[in-house]
Design a protein around this ligand. Sequence first.
Ligand code: COA
Length: 353
Amino acid sequence: MTHSRIAGIGHYVPDNIYTNEDLAKFMDTSDEWIQERTGIKERRFATKHEETTATLGARASRIAIERAGTTAEEIDFIIFATLSPDYYFPGSGVILQRELGITKTEIGALDVRNQCSGFIYALSVADQFIKSGMYKNILVVGAEMHSSGLEFNTRGRGVSVIFGDGAGAVVLQPTDEAGKGILNSELHSDGTNAEMLSLLSPGSHGGYHHDDKEQFGFPDKDQLGEIFVTQKIVDDGFLYPHMDGKSVFKKAVVKFPEVITSSLAAVGKTPADIDMLIPHQANLRISQFVQKVLKLNDDQVFNNIQKYGNTTAASIPIALSEAWEQGKIKDNDLVCLAAFGSGFTWGSVVISW
Ligand code: COA
């Protein structure tokens, strides 16, 4: 039976390093507060007007494509996961295609909007396309330029200290080698508390999902008028991410171990069999909690949030790429990727490397 294998992997993070002390110049926060709660020491921010989410993705993609021993022209499908696209529409997939100079082949480009679990969703979709025989060389990208849409002041400090910019990419190809490649993927969601980690505007909601409709400054129902963006939305910060951090934390520490254990069980494995767990880099405290619950030792879990912050859809491919570059993932290793985030959505992928 055909499986998908990661034939090439790469990542790119911008050069500009912003430490916690740097952020403290713009808002009432401290290195101590940020490190104690999240483990983050610094993050990278892209250069405005010179870099975009798609250009970050393109840099990671070029490395992945080269390492896969293929060329951009040979890529037959693109899947791009991000919550910070270049434009509201079209999606960044086609911008990436243009950046890579592969418009002549007119291949399809799909955008995935599953935030922190975006890369897991994208990889799982790509895996189905490979297994069905529809495509043979899929570029899967997770990229974020959060710095273009965070509030760098005390009002936004609960969110803005956590996120960073970066991109990671893989090239997925078929393999007939028994027991190799992606063995299983599992995807979940629960929209009950969709607004707990959200960016509400611009959008069509018009207050529909909210008890206090006045809060957004929308015109009356019968009046023609914009509800996409109102002055009140701008003034009150609804153009920025909102996060109920404590609730997200509580749900994440339950769902991470659950989905890791169940996707391993589907292939007859247990957490003890994991050679490398790459958890989405949401918060070092969440990763440490998951490690403890699953009884994994330090060598079985890879974290790099300390250097990059939470890069959302990019965090898993960046971490996977770094772990691989550092020789921490070897041939035949059992690798587990897992994510939880906004939606809520969560999932995992089990790979025999
Ligand atoms: N610097 C200093 N103080 C800050 C701050 C910052 N950057 N951000 C918030 N605070 C303040 C709050 O205003 C609050 O002050 P108050 O007690 O006077 O009201 C206090 O610190 C505690 O805030 P709270 O939000 O309750 O902190 P917390 O202990 O829940 O930690 C998170 C906040 C975000 C670090 C934590 O909830 C978390 O990591 N949650 C998971 C988030 C996550 O993983 N998101 C990504 C999901 S994919």
